[in-house]
Design a protein around this ligand. Structure first.
Ligand code: NPW
Ligand code: ADP
Ligand code: MG
Length: 282
């Protein structure tokens, strides 16, 4: 099996870029998070807040109408665009020009939403992070993978990965099948787990941060926001994936002495992003 490259402090120092002294929100990147459905607007809220807290200058969400007041109240810093439908996304249209798009958290898999994703992929040219239900929809329509831009970042948890690449019977088979998938579709795959591994063609990276406190609802939605933020800030896709996964894990390592494993929730990831950044810049 291919030896992994460990994602540690040294690997991060090579990739991290300090924001310039004269930067402004217009050049810190504009990210768009697309997702949400009735009862799952929280997933987009978490993603969008994490996106902002990872340094993106501007964040817009595209959600079904039912999420409008929720989002505007929960995170006043985020701009909100709504679908024509109340409870699900059915037609993804926008006039902004984001540098990166994260799609999938809380999206649901209704047939109208599947069609909307297909239409979106046919015309989209922006760098993408694909998570959750957007991955599940792609798993049911594998021919649409030819529409995703090269170096798109997919962030499956083990069940989503299985839906995408099929069952495996050993760790080695899982890695090898994911490498084949990555090469075939020219995508970067963040295989979330303990530990998270990132596959970019033949190259395998293994994260060294994080702990079981992350086994909590919404922590993956937060990761999607963080990686999308870094992508919008002009990090290369592989660096955005590596830095995002490392910082995400670091928040749990930093918080653990205060929260213990049990009381740590996805919002605690977001609350500790600042400390995580500070600890990689010392
Ligand atoms: N507040 C909100 O709005 C939230 C909204 N959310 C949104 O909900 C939507 C559905 O997403 P989802 O991931 O909950 O459902 P789904 O894809 O069926 O996977 C669940 C199954 O996968 C497995 N599994 C998972 N992790 C595993 C692991 N580490 N290791 C091994 N297995 C693992 C496990 O399967 P089992 O082991 O039980 O067979 C589990 O039952 C999606 O849009 C998401 O964004 C959520 O993010 C929560 C907060
Ligand atoms: N035991 C664990 N140790 C380390 N990281 C974990 C553990 N359990 C979950 N995680 C991390 O938490 C996140 C969970 O993502 P996901 O399953 O998509 O959650 P959600 O869909 O609820 O947001 C992933 O980044 C995963 O690596
Ligand atoms: Mg998830």
């Amino acid at each position: 099996m291919t030896n992994p490259i460990y994602i540690n402090q040294k690997e991060i120092q090579k990739r991290y870029k300090q924001p310039g002294k004269h930067t402004h929100k217009g050049i810190q990147g504009h990210a768009l998070i697309i997702g949400g459905s009735y009862g799952k607007i929280g997933a987009v809220s978490l993603s969008a807040k994490a996106c902002l807290k990872t340094g993106c200058g501007l964040v817009t969400v595209f959600i079904p109408k039912c999420g409008y007041t929720i989002l505007q109240t929960a995170i006043p810093e985020v701009m909100v665009l709504t679908d024509i439908q109340e409870e699900k996304i059915s037609n993804i249209t926008f006039e902004i020009a984001p540098q990166a798009i994260g799609i999938g958290p809380g999206l649901g898999q209704k047939i109208e939403t599947q069609k909307a994703l297909h239409q979106f992929l046919k015309t989209n040219k922006t760098s993408l992070v694909i998570d959750a239900d957007a991955l599940n929809i792609l798993s049911q329509n594998k021919e649409w993978l030819s529409l995703v831009p090269p170096k798109t970042i997919l962030t499956p948890h083990p069940k989503e990965l299985e839906r995408l690449i099929g069952k495996w019977y050993s760790e080695e088979e899982k890695i090898n099948n994911t490498i084949s998938f990555s090469k075939q579709h020219q995508v970067i795959i963040v295989m979330k787990g303990a530990p998270t591994q990132i596959i970019d063609g033949e190259t395998v990276y293994e994260n060294t941060t994080g702990n079981a406190a992350l086994a909590t609802a919404g922590s993956g939605d937060v990761l999607t926001g963080m990686i999308t933020s870094l992508l919008a800030q002009s990090y290369e896709p592989i660096s955005a994936a590596i830095l995002g996964v490392y910082l995400h894990g670091l928040t749990a390592d930093i918080a653990l002495p205060e929260t213990g494993y049990q009381s740590f929730i996805a919002s605690d990831v977001i609350a500790n992003i600042g400390k995580a950044f500070l600890s990689i810049t010392v």
